[in-house]
Design a protein around this ligand. Structure first.
Ligand SMILES: [Zn+2]
Length: 327
């Protein structure tokens, strides 16, 4: 059902000049899209509205436009370089990644249950028929003959200068917030800001997804709108601001004409990730058209930033677009 709806939306967006598949005349390139004449206007309008709301409406929030390429140490310090370099297999259904040796064998019963679904394409049927493992999270078939384990890192590597060598290797940014942390002290010193204050940024980010999909919901190049709100490391303060931003953001969506009923919220969850030491309280507003992808994540995290040691901040981002890496 959702696949059908998605292909209808994809072809409509193309026919009407909103979004074209990337490099189409060369057969396309997975995970990249070009915004057409109407698409770019739509995207610019959204960015403009967001910037007005975040930066111009709040005196205590300032903007930033940091470089896409940074010193590679930034990504080493953030944990992005070392994380996810295991050989992993990605589930085609829930997109979670697992080590191949941790997967259980699929049973004939599980297979026939999956194959009985009407909406499957021939390609999907073939994949399930020959599957040998099963996803421990969503229960979908995994075919390790087709999806072989990959040494996986989400960062996109690039080389600076004329010689390609590890010494000159760096990465396209995997998220916009690192640029904000890098410039935290510059902003604090030059703009006379005091905590609490926020830094907002809109910009491109890149992630080397194994299986991009769901149209623009999971792409390798995308744009993030993100505001990092810095507060005192205090539990009461963080709860206060979490609630404040939760309400502020919802008000904004409603002011744009979104209907509350089509904006379900994933319940706040308390999670501890290997990336972010400490507890993260997180709430997502989930995308429309039935796709379980966040369009906004509100994350409260205790986070080691590069310059100041430990701070609690509230990070607000319009997600793509977001990845499990930080989830
Ligand atoms: Zn799965």
């Amino acid at each position: 059902m959702i696949e059908d709806l998605m292909s209808k939306i994809t072809s409509l967006a193309k026919r009407r000049g909103f979004i074209f598949p990337g490099s189409e005349i060369y057969g396309g390139i997975a995970g990249f899209y070009d915004y057409g004449p109407l698409g770019v206007e739509l995207k610019n309008n959204i960015k403009k509205l967001w910037w007005q709301e975040m930066v111009y409406k709040h005196d205590e929030i300032v903007g930033l436009d940091s470089a896409i390429i940074t010193h590679p140490k930034v990504w080493e310090a953030s944990g992005h370089v070392t994380a996810f370099t295991d050989p992993l297999i990605e589930c085609r259904s829930c997109h979670k990644r697992f080590r191949a040796d941790n997967l259980e064998n699929i049973s004939d019963k599980q297979k026939s249950k999956m194959l009985s679904k009407q909406s499957l394409t021939d390609k999907n049927k073939e994949y399930i028929k020959n599957a040998d493992k099963v996803c421990p999270d969503c229960g979908y078939a995994i075919n390790t003959h087709v999806d072989t384990p990959k040494q996986f890192n989400l960062l996109m590597k690039t080389y600076l200068g004329t010689v390609e060598g590890e010494k000159d290797a760096t990465y396209l940014r995997g998220e916009t917030c690192q640029g904000i942390y890098l410039n935290y002290k510059n902003v604090l010193d030059s703009m006379w800001k005091k905590i609490p204050f926020g830094i907002a940024q809109i910009g491109k980010a890149f992630r080397n997804e194994i299986t991009p999909g769901n149209f623009t919901f999971r792409t390798r190049e995308f744009e993030q709108m993100e505001m990092q709100w810095f507060i005192k490391a205090d539990l009461k303060e963080s709860e206060k601001w979490f609630t404040y931003w939760k309400e502020e953001r919802m008000k904004w969506y409603l002011s744009l004409g979104f209907k509350k009923e089509i904006m379900p919220r994933r319940q706040p969850i308390l999670s501890i990730t290997r990336h972010f030491p400490g507890k993260n309280l997180k709430e997502s507003i989930i995308g429309v058209i039935g796709i379980f992808r966040g369009i906004q994540n509100l994350v409260e995290l205790t986070y080691y930033i590069l310059i100041t040691k430990q701070k609690i901040n509230i990070s607000l981002g319009l997600l793509r677009p977001q990845l499990e890496l930080i989830e």
